[in-house]
Design a protein around this ligand. Sequence first.
Ligand SMILES: [Fe+2]
Length: 210
Amino acid sequence: MNYSDPAQLEVDRTSGALRGSPSNYQKKLGDLAGIYRDQAAFEAQLAYRRDEVVYAVQDYRPSFGPNELIFGTTWMAPGRIGDEFFMTRGHIHARADRPEIYHGQSGRGVMLMESPDGEIRTIEISADVVCYVPPFWIHRSINVGDEDLVMAFTYPVDAGQDYEVIARSNGMRTLITTDGRGGWQTTPNPDWQPRTTSQIEAIHQSGARS
Ligand SMILES: [Fe+2]
């Protein structure tokens, strides 16, 4: 039998740099059209910040077999579009029964989670806080502080991401907005559309390995 190689990675908890990681990607403001409700505010910032990096991900992906784990870090700049803080596009795992763990390294964040039938949960993340995202929860991370947000994460290598699940419902059910006093609050998203029974069933069925 061939065995997968052990790996050593090193996290820089302020920059999010992951030494030993062979892969990374960045999302610039110009890549994030459609995720913020305030379109006018987004267009206004796009005019002069299109190429600014909003968040970056570095990860280590073993490719030996379907039971392995991906480990990585995510860095996100502080900022807002209108009342909404900078955030990731968000996703559900393509194999939706795969879970994920986030581990706060620095900064102040919120993990916004939505179940297929529309239940919302938020978990605040700061240094040394661990957030468990169970199977089947849509998840998005948000930088609610005024400093960089850095988190480490791990999830099964075969989980995959479905980024369209949020767009299909016109966003997540809840927005995370500034409370005007340096904190954050939840605001209902008036555009949100509940999933149909068949959409929910498709999510439940997505876990089986093909
Ligand atoms: Fe995920």
